[in-house]
Write a new protein. Sequence first.
Lengths: 386, 248
Amino acid sequence: MKIQRVAALAKKELKKTIREPAVLFMIFLFPVVFVFAFGASLGGVGGSQTVTYNIGVLNLDHATAVNASQTLLTTLHDTKIVNIHVYATNKTAQSDLSQGTVQAVMVIPADFSQSLASYQAAPTAPSQWINTTLSLYLDKGSLIATEAIPPIIQQALLSVAGQSQQAMQSPFGIQTASLVEVKATSALDFIVPGMFTFASIFLIMMVAQSFTQDRENGMMKRIRITPTTPTEFMASQVVSYMGIALIQAALVFAMTYALGFRPDVGAPEYGFAFVLVLIFSLSNIGFGLITATISKTASAATGLSFIFLLPQLFLGTFVGASLSGSAQVAGKFVPSSYVTNALTSLFLRGASVASPTILLDFTVVSVSCVVILAAGIVLYSKYCKI
Amino acid sequence: MNEYAITIQNLTKKFEDKTALDNLSLQIAKGELFGLLGPNGAGKTTTINILCGVIKPTSGEAQIYGYDVQKETQKVKELIGVCPQETAIYPYLSGAENLELFGNLHGMSKKLLKERSKLLLGKLGLSEDAKRLSAKYSGGMKRRLSLILALIHDPQLVFLDEPTVAMDPQSRHAVWDFIREQKKQGKTVILTTHYMEEAEELCDRVGIIDHGKLIALGTPRDLIAEGQVKNLEELFIKLTGRTIREEA
């Protein structure tokens, strides 16, 4: 493989991105404008606006010497982002939930204090704990409620038990929460991970258009007549589009930072986020190549690219969390959902790069993206020639 | 040592039920300026595409400078330059950037690339516009740039597929001079055209193709004399009963 050829073609592709107004808009300006418009409406320009959550509580706990439920409510109150509404019956609590008065209802079970006492008596012997489960009813119509409240309660539970955020075992369980901490609290913060994913998805359309255009105007044939090998050509495309994905991620990050996004993470986490977006771009290049294979013209490629673009967009970005349960299950089949989930764990839940949930997402993204890219290259090479 | 730049033996190409090239055999000597003539759809571009390794023949063989076009494609690509029928240039690159790209694809050094670019842009009157985006060029300028792209790496064999289509007379004559100069430099030039006067003016020998078959081969003067006609246009009508600009 001759680097001179790969570099020349990659440079040409980057110049195209900068000089073609339609491409420039779709690749860079659209995500930036979208992030600004969407982010500004949720987060405000120049700083995160702290939101508060109304949580209804039905306390069935039979407190003993240890009053765990009171400690939990105090912990939640002290976060200053939760307003507690205590209910005497589940019926009135559910009624208020359905009316939107509260965004969630938490039912503290009768053996809650007993469970905490068992844990405190033998913190290193899980077999001796009395495990218990809090029931949590969420306002499914609220993206923020479904995304933010479970981790907040989980964090409070960890605090009550005196556990660290990395603890993998606890006597307390709730239906939907993860075992990691939420550190950010603005509405903007909750959609930023999905925005990173969102920006890269449009590469599908760009790759499909670029390949079909070059085929239509004879440039693909002209390149084939030079000594450039298919491997050199594909390598140049992958390199250039990964570069574009990197610039996109940097622009989205800069824009969200300007809007007040300040995750409590360090350089390794940021580095990991960019690596994840780069790997994710491989699947978008692959989907773009598949689209170019089945499209006869550039305009057809634009339309057909939505076959891959829309599922990635609706099932795997910030839109996904507000969809139905079945749609969220479908999201498990698109790479973007794993990217968004990993970035959410990283930026919002404070999970470390080496945590199991992030490593799992990273593995799924890496494997699926390489497979999709390989499929795209094989299909395009077979049916369209390079 | 092989004295032929191109050797074609019984070449046939079928696209589903249509025969684009029907058992074509032909030899073209090194340094020859050869005209491949015929109406649209006669099989000229198909012949070039096979010789360049872009498409595979249904049957038959072809060699360029002794290299098999199917088995030694990489070697063949290093020897040839092709100016395709369509104006294939990147509109979002300047003239100079287009040349730089294709020079790099041919593995040229920076120094040589700069020298060749300057020389060729000057010869075809594009020096002053070299830094402008080619999207802003006129049709004739785009055709001239496309021609330069085919020659940037100084190939031994040049395929010029309808190089003067849609050009004004002034540009056409500039291109004719340029083609003659390539021959003088010892290059083998294969020119496809349906402008018969262009072939008469430039070519050492011509081959007339119709419906994928070679129906005449020789120098323009000999063919005109043998056919007892005034020019190649009349010869084509005599041979086929049609004018060359009618669709085949």
